[in-house]
Design a protein around this ligand. Structure first.
Ligand SMILES: Nc1ncnc2c1ncn2[C@@H]1O[C@H](COP(=O)(O)OP(=O)(O)OP(=O)(O)O)[C@@H](O)[C@H]1O
Ligand SMILES: Nc1ncnc2c1ncn2[C@@H]1O[C@H](COP(=O)(O)OP(=O)(O)OP(=O)(O)O)[C@@H](O)[C@H]1O
Ligand SMILES: [Mg+2]
Ligand SMILES: [Mg+2]
Lengths: 254, 254
């Protein structure tokens, strides 16, 4: 049974793509089959693992021109496939607006056939528009990266509102997979304050694993590799491997 | 004569809001009258200077319910006014889609009457949708913050494409005000690489002032103050004051 997880937060630059790539790769390293769907027009998940300017993309799924098996690409990493994004996606939000069932397009395509993945992750753009709504409607749960910064806290209310609306109108089974603190620096008071506020608010949902700020993480996309392949001994790689273990533990049958 | 500058980059978390608040405040400190327009539904520019949940907002301008003088708010800082954002803006993109002249709404309102500002800055959301298009159509020029990171370079092509389209179809006089490096850490090779690439690409347009990564900058919004009021002796305050001087020099009559 495939589990579909959207990685979403409308605040920009909080680590959605970094988490999408590195959690996917770390889970694939434990020989679970993972598909990463890049539904952000910026296509950072695609380029971050070395897939550039792909002609066929998730756009073809949303406009129902192609099926899932037609758009899946193999990556350089075992057990880790990608549905790339491309520039056509910039116009998709306007094109989808007048279509019936516009929020359901991705769900229909991802669930139309069992193509044998254990996990599907969806990297979302920094907005609450139709692309993110498609991801939240397709998903079983949503993983929320939260940067250890003041503005990152501000936006959580809007995100939770949107999740409640999606649960009410589009996807009643949507749950919160977990809340992940990113770019954490234990020396900074601000990081500690954000950790406290997020723990008070989300309790058990907050991952025990915290992703530290680590330059090897931000260097790895320029080498088109997840950090566990770019520098397996780095703090960044350790953190994402620990996150993968915690994620799998939460999802293993009791 | 008022100059209108959009602060835009669809990549998330690159320092648009931080630059909008701190450049506005630093220029206001030299007794030029500044208006900051927050067209991002996240409303970070508004909350970052202590204006929360405002009933009247830029949304009322876009749907032509109110005039500019009705939505301008005084801030705690002299020579520095704000047109706040609010949650209604989340739906604005869909509401505007079918209206005639939908990209021109903000331009019509900002230029309808001379209300006596030297500079108007517009803080944009992390997307290239109708809100950012409204800002680029209203503006004389666009200031592009670029985070010293790999993904930040990736998105510049898409942004330049959009600027060219706006110049061709909506606002032929739109120019590039400047390119600003943010969250720079001179110890990191990645920062140096991004500086080199951006300088090769944009030449003279790149500000000599570089904004360093500085924790006082990220702490200041939680105190509802620009960094020059929160900690005037910090590197962050120095950097934004230097940027204000460089900006004013470029805009002073020769
Ligand atoms: N733990 C970390 N340590 C250091 N740098 C990081 C870390 N996580 C992410 N980064 C860097 O911070 C920047 C923002 O991260 P990322 O692009 O993953 O965020 P995002 O939420 O996907 O952004 P967007 O909103 O634009 O989609 C990137 O340049 C990334 O390399
Ligand atoms: N020079 C800096 N040093 C340290 N932190 C910074 C600096 N500039 C910005 N930040 C912090 O980085 C985060 C991202 O900056 P900011 O919110 O201004 O980016 P943005 O481009 O407006 O994001 P969005 O795309 O969500 O609108 C914020 O938490 C901010 O406080
Ligand atoms: Mg991203
Ligand atoms: Mg912002």
């Amino acid at each position: 049974m495939t589990k579909i997880v959207a990685i979403a937060n409308q605040k920009g630059g909080v680590g959605k793509t970094t988490t999408a790539i590195n959690l996917s790769a770390s889970i694939a390293a434990t020989e679970h089959k993972v598909l990463l769907v890049d539904i952000d027009p910026q296509a950072n998940s695609s380029s971050g693992i070395g897939i550039f300017k792909s002609d066929i993309s998730v756009y073809d799924l949303l406009i129902e021109r192609l099926e899932l098996t037609d758009v899946v690409r193999k990556t350089d990493f075992d057990y880790f496939d990608l549905v790339p994004s491309n520039i056509n996606l910039v116009g998709a939000e306007v094109e989808l607006v007048d279509l019936p069932n516009r929020e359901n397009k991705l769900r229909q395509k991802l669930r139309s056939e069992n193509i044998g993945y254990d996990y599907i992750f969806i990297d979302c753009p920094p907005s609450l528009g139709l692309l993110t709504l498609n991801a939240l409607t397709a998903a079983d749960s949503v993983l929320i990266p939260v940067q250890s910064e003041y503005f990152a806290l501000e936006g959580l209310g809007q995100l939770l509102n949107t999740i409640h609306l999606v649960q009410k109108k589009l996807n009643p089974d949507l749950s919160i997979e977990g809340v992940l603190l990113t770019m954490f620096d234990r020396r900074l008071r601000l990081s500690q304050q954000v950790l406290e506020e997020v723990s008070n608010y989300f309790g058990e949902k907050v991952y025990k694993t915290i992703i530290q700020r680590n330059v090897r993480i931000s260097e790895s996309p320029s080498h088109a590799k997840p950090v566990i392949m770019y520098d397996a001994l780095s703090t960044g790689a350790e953190n994402y491997i620990a996150l993968a273990n915690e994620f799998l533990e939460r999802n293993s049958p009791k």
